[in-house]
Design a protein around this ligand. Sequence first.
Ligand code: NAP
Length: 367
Amino acid sequence: MNLADCSSHSATARLLHFGSPGAIYLRRFVGSLHVGRCGSNPTHVKTLRLRSNPPKTLTVTAAMASEAELAASAKIIDGKMVAKEIRDEITTEVSRMKDAIGVVPGLAVMLIGERKDSATYVRNKKKACESVGINSFEVRLPEDSAETEVLKFISDFNDDPAVHGILVQLPLPKHMNEQNILNAVSIEKDVDGFHPLNIGRLAMRGREPSFVPCTPKGCIELLHRYGFQIKGKKAVVIGRSNIVGMPAALLLQVLREDATVTIVHSRTQNPEQIVKEADIVISAVGQPDMVRGTWLKPGAVVIDVGINPVEDATCPRGYRLVGDVCYEEARKVVSAITPVPGGVGPMTIAMLLSNTLSSAKRIHNFQ
Ligand code: NAP
């Protein structure tokens, strides 16, 4: 049995016959160790003497005393697999639409500037379009382009009947006004869902946004496809950005979902106490391993949006990606969790394709 924490240390222990006192062998031990079964309250507490030098006493809290029970850990919410399912569904729908009315959905993607990460995201979005049969149109402009030039392209795409979705890759160069540019995208083609009218409608009872932002939509889709109940549950969203945290919190509490939502942000006092109450946690912060196992309620469902590079000399690129939630600790406490990578990331692109298809269907009144 491996035990790791998200501090700079890790502990590795082998646990034999939990029921027999003293039968625990420790190669390295740092800090306290809790062993619990997901989704249930601890019912047994044992204090064990460890065969280490110097000897240590360890309190082990366990739900049940069998090895099988102790080996239980969280279900992995496989975003890669779900995203593939969704992309397959989209491929079928795109070809059905083409056969029936001769229309192929089209997505226009604008990249302004030379940021390498943005260029990678745009390339991935174009590849994803190709893989499901959606047409993509790309505009690349240099960093020093004028805002008016960007607005002109947006205006042309707004009028172009072959384009059903328009995406402006963020962040924009500093001299550009993001608000002016996002507001210029026609609300009917705002597949990123960032237009203030779409966000406003999302927040209002009885109004339907034309599009919901892709990342939070992907989080909710994962909860649905895995059959987790949202209605009546306590949800905590960590982070309140316009593109993830805030729309995720709105989505969780809209009439269809009916969760009771608390938002944690950088000025929140005692975030761990608030998170500990949650049945569902969506974290979108951008701080590696910030949410520790001890913050989480046993049996909670965790959707980790964070994508954070951390140095790792053993990886070919010299770094690896981790989430906001300490995965190794969390998976021993919660009932289900998304991995990073392979959780929310693939869902974001799948939702962009889904929004583009929905837009084309709506514009052409195709059911
Ligand atoms: P952002 O705009 O920087 O927002 C971060 C949010 O986290 C802010 O609301 C901030 O609070 C809050 N925050 C910062 N430090 C905190 C702390 N110590 N405790 C509690 N809250 C804290 O980031 P974002 O664009 O939402 O992205 C968040 C993460 O998700 C990043 O790692 C990003 O790479 C990742 N992401 C992933 C996807 C995907 O497809 N998987 C898509 C988008 C983003 P304040 O409002 O008080 O400043």
